[in-house]
Design a protein around this ligand. Structure first.
Ligand code: DX5
Ligand code: ZN
Length: 221
């Protein structure tokens, strides 16, 4: 039997204790996280401010799991190299964050990192079609980006299902990740719609380190 889980979990450290971020990353890794999701916000593209490449570099020794870096910054191009050098394995960008999505994705790939495109709730799915051949991941936002702890937007479900069909048709291995409002209650429908990676902030980190393994188990269903 294939020992791999059907769905990967990418806990977002946005909901971790920022005063002890290294220990938090190690604890969520030990609890069964598949990827570590890092939300990078610039108070420009989104109305919040988080971490830069220096923090990613400092966290790198705390986990050997892939660092899944979600860039909510505009423009992103000038930062992708610094994040790649800091230890990001996957770098995802929003099409609205810069004028040349193809160039940004090519830059990420040239740095030897996996490249992702993030679709906000109001971004047409067609935004990813012209670049599907060069992405390793499509990230569907099920909240408007900027904050943890928001309610899941149900309208994401048919979008996930449509992207699942688009990805299967294209025949390449592309992760379909969903981010925002993921809980043990919302996760089953997201998985049924075709997601292969779930981001969870609040639901992963609630209760502190003693709860992380149970939190992740509940998300896997
Ligand atoms: C929102 C971020 C998410 C967020 C998810 O802008 O991209 O990764 O941290 O948090 P929850 O799981 O609390 O909705
Ligand atoms: Zn995110």
């Amino acid at each position: 039997m294939d020992p791999r889980p059907l769905v990967r979990l990418a806990p977002s450290i946005l909901s971790a204790d920022f005063a002890r971020l290294g220990e938090e990353v190690a604890a969520i890794d030990a609890a069964g996280a598949d990827w570590i999701h890092v939300d990078v916000m610039d108070n420009h593209f989104v109305p919040n401010l988080t971490v830069g490449p220096m923090v990613v570099k400092s966290l790198r020794p705390w986990s050997s799991k892939p660092f899944d870096v979600h860039l909510m910054v505009s423009p992103a191009d000038a930062l992708v190299e610094a994040f790649a050098e800091a230890g990001a394995d996957i770098l995802s960008v929003h099409p609205e964050a810069g004028p040349h999505l193809h160039r940004t994705l090519a830059r990420i790939r040239a740095l030897g990192r996996k490249a992702g495109v993030v679709l906000n709730p109001a971004t047409p799915l067609s935004a990813v079609e012209p670049v599907l051949h060069m992405v390793d991941l499509v990230l569907v936002m099920s909240v408007n980006p900027g904050f943890g702890g928001q309610a899941f937007i149900e309208g994401a479900l048919p979008r996930i299902a449509a992207l699942r069909r688009m990805i299967d048709l294209c025949g390449r291995e592309i992760a379909l990740e969903v981010d925002g409002g993921i809980t043990p209650e919302t996760a089953p429908a997201v998985i049924a719609a075709g997601a292969s990676v779930l981001v969870a902030g609040t639901a992963a980190f609630r209760g502190g380190p003693g709860c992380y393994a149970a939190n992740l188990a509940a998300l896997r269903g």
